[in-house]
Design a protein around this ligand. Sequence first.
Ligand code: HEC
Length: 110
Amino acid sequence: MKKSASCFLAALVAVGMMSTSASADIKKGQKAYLKTCKNCHGNGTKGAAMHTQDEWDELFANNGELIIKKHAGDKSAAYFNGDMFKAQSQDLRDFLFEYGSDSGNVPSCG
Ligand code: HEC
């Protein structure tokens, strides 16, 4: 109870900051992450911290060639090879890059 209340407050503060500093793409990317990747990779903090900003750049280079390859043998392969990933990859990259392990930024509550 206590934890979720402070989480809610943190989210409010973050939304307030986002409206001035972060681009809409990062928010969109976070939403896409929570919807698509969270089940397998945990919340956004954990997911983005899987890699440094340079590594995220590499993973999403050439229309996400490397990250698609990483999932080739997984049940998420259909998503990564489909139009959905094409449509979301830029936003996802923006979100994950923004909160990469060496970024010093932490997203609010996953
Ligand atoms: C159905 C489960 C599933 C979904 C959904 C999924 N992944 Fe993965 N992901 C895996 C598996 C399995 C691997 C390969 C094993 C590993 O390296 O952890 C992997 C690997 C990765 C890697 C490479 C890890 C490394 O260090 O080489 C990244 C980055 C990654 N996923 C990001 C994402 C992102 C971003 C999304 C959402 C767009 C996503 N995944 C969606 C299961 C999933």
